[in-house]
Design a protein. Structure first.
Length: 307
């Protein structure tokens, strides 16, 4: 039975279905020696190459869906490779053989908090797609005068440059004077949407942190730069949200069976966090050296991403 090419590539762990569609459109994918086009379907025995390298495809029943909850710090880019050498969210994730982590959406460089990763490109694609209306909740600190009329407009919807947008929920969460905290909820993930909504009311966002994706919340026990692999019931909860069948196997239950495995994971996270801090300590000196060598070099944008 044939399947869409982008679906087969996503399941093989080469990225989300949307990313695979971009690869196909760019002419970087071939099937049985011919350059593929968007919409192609492939049989199970097809020879598929990406950038000339043959990939190993797997049937849906052979793939174990894995999901990580990652505590993204501010200052990390949501990209696999940054041309300016800045830290990325992929730098500290656990290594795998025969698969790779796919980010479920993005957080911009100045946003912290919960970021999900999965090995299943189809799951990532569906969780990101606005048609499934998966809730994302953020803790946001804003600077400026806030009144009830403004909050009502944000709940009802305001016109942004890419269409109408709104918060489905807004809950006050403390603060003093012109600095106030709110918990806000969205059911889509457009670029910098939380910030742009507040800015439409002439209010500045000074801190932004994602604290929930669906019913998966950011565990306070995960340090910034740390991660935790979700267990089978949590994975199946996410799959159920987007109408995918339940998994019957989980790597995490095998890996985390007993105190020894849990201590091993905790040590791995501590090493990753320490490495990140060391990289951050070296970064300012690297930038200063670059500035001395190239005083007229233009400054590039800090990167884009959701929220």
């Amino acid at each position: 039975m044939s399947e869409k090419l982008q679906k087969v590539l996503a399941r093989a762990g080469h990225g989300s279905r949307r990313e695979m569609e971009a690869l196909i459109t760019a002419g970087r994918v071939s099937v049985d020696g011919k350059v593929a086009t968007l919409g192609d379907r492939v049989e199970v025995n097809a020879v598929i190459r990406v950038d000339g390298h043959q990939i190993k495809t797997r049937a849906a029943e052979e793939v174990i869906c894995r999901v990580l909850a990652y505590h993204k710090p501010e200052g990390e880019m949501c990209t696999r490779n940054d041309p300016e050498g800045r830290p990325t969210v992929f730098d500290r994730l656990p290594k795998m053989e025969g698969a790779r982590w796919i980010a479920v959406g993005r957080l911009d460089v100045n946003t912290s908090g919960l970021l999900l990763f999965t090995t299943d490109g189809e799951l990532a694609n569906r969780l990101m797609h606005p048609s499934h209306e998966v809730e994302r909740e953020y803790a946001v600190r804003v600077f400026g005068e806030i009144n009830e009329a403004m909050l009502q407009r944000l709940r009802k919807g305001v016109q942004l440059e890419d269409g109408m947008a709104k918060f489905t929920k807004i809950k006050p969460a403390g603060g003093e004077g012109l600095n106030q905290w709110f918990n806000v909820t969205l059911t889509e993930g457009r670029n910098r949407e939380v910030r742009r909504l507040w800015e439409s009311q002439e209010v500045q966002v000074s801190r932004l942190m994602r604290i929930r994706y669906g019913d998966v919340t950011l565990d306070r026990g995960i340090p910034r730069g740390g991660w935790q692999e979700l267990k089978l019931p949590e994975v199946n909860y996410l799959r159920g949200l987007v109408n995918l069948p339940n998994e019957t196997e989980s790597k995490v239950d095998l890996q985390q069976d007993g105190k020894t495995s849990r201590h091993k994971q905790a040590a791995q996270i501590r090493r990753a966090v320490k490495r990140h801090k060391e990289l951050q300590g070296k970064e300012p000196r690297a930038r200063a050296t670059t500035a001395r060598r190239k005083p007229q070099a233009s400054t590039r944008n800090s990167g884009s991403g959701s929220k």
